[in-house]
Ligand binder design. Structure first.
Ligand code: AMP
Length: 286
């Protein structure tokens, strides 16, 4: 497994792959890897000749400085995990490599998808996320890009951006990997106590109940029920939104939409957790 840290190094590597007509799969991450990340990498290894996994904590997508400081950084452990599953390349650049003063990364307008839910509570987050994804795609030039359903709004925005840029990169989405109690795996879970990790299984159970109620009650009633259930258990709920999976606009009538998703963000022990569940689906993820 190669561990590359500079843009020059990865440029040279990618050119050599292209000269040999090798396909490239790319998995961007912020490190502190868990099974959710590894499933993305494994899928890429299956579908491409070469898999590049980036580990880069992108400062431009953090609106909260202390969140950026507290974000776990475990590169050595990450490399050990990636080596075990036979990843070809880890790209672990510095901030200066990704954002040199002579390059301005311009992202297209994101159609308002960046302003709701996460965008409302984390202003500027998606602009920063789109910026780093665009820059990394320009560097790695993959055939396929692998992302998790866990970050529903994120991949919806990336899909929108790829279309706007007329990019030929194929976005592959994989389902959310969960702990035994249903808690979505997240690098941030490391900061939760064992007790809270157990308790946070309620997020998944609530989403599951919401799915069962879909079509039987109005979206407003269901969202209200979910908010109350989670708040009552002591979570500080930022939003529980039932949205159209394409426009991310709030759904008022299930019958008028074919792709509906419930998205939630809440705080537990000072850690911000997000999760989602597809309630009504025309799209399926692997
Ligand atoms: P992150 O390191 O949090 O930026 O995540 C990197 C990629 O891994 C993103 O595409 C995430 O959606 C994906 N990911 C994170 N957690 C999970 C999970 N529990 N299941 C599946 N994919 C995930």
């Amino acid at each position: 497994m190669l561990i590359l840290t500079t843009v020059d190094e990865i440029n040279r590597f990618i050119s050599s792959c292209r000269n040999l007509s090798k396909t490239i799969g790319f998995v961007p991450t912020m490190g502190a890897l868990h099974q959710g990340h590894l499933e993305l990498v494994k899928k890429s290894i299956k579908e491409n000749n070469i898999t590049v996994c980036s580990v880069f904590v992108n400062p431009t997508q953090f609106n909260d400085k202390s969140d950026l400081e507290k974000y776990p950084r475990t590169l050595d452990k990450d490399c050990t995990l990636l080596r075990t599953i036979k990843t070809d390349v880890v790209f672990a650049p510095t901030v200066a490599e990704i954002y040199p003063s002579n390059i301005e990364v311009v992202v297209p307008e994101l159609g308002g998808l960046d302003l709701v839910m996460e965008g409302e509570f984390r202003p500027g987050h998606f602009e920063g996320m789109a910026q780093v994804v665009k820059r990394l795609l320009d560097i790695v030039k993959p055939d396929r890009l692998y992302m998790g359903q866990k970050d529903f709004q994120q991949f919806t925005i990336v899909q929108y951006m790829l279309k706007k840029l007329q990019s030929e990169v194929k976005l592959v989405i994989l389902k959310t990997i969960r702990e035994n109690n249903g808690l979505a795996m997240s690098s941030r879970n490391q900061r939760l106590s064992e007790e809270m990790k157990n308790k946070a299984g309620l997020i998944y159970r609530t989403l599951t109940t919401v799915k069962k109620q879909t079509g039987k009650k109005t979206p407003e009633m269901i969202a209200e029920y979910a908010k109350k259930r989670l708040s009552k258990a002591g979570f500080e709920v930022e939003y529980f939104a039932i949205v159209d999976g394409n426009s991310l606009k709030i759904v008022h009538d299930f019958n008028k939409h074919s792709y509906v998703v419930a998205c939630v963000a809440l705080w537990a022990e000072g850690v911000r957790l997000i999760d989602n569940m597809i309630l009504k689906n025309v799209k399926k993820f692997d």
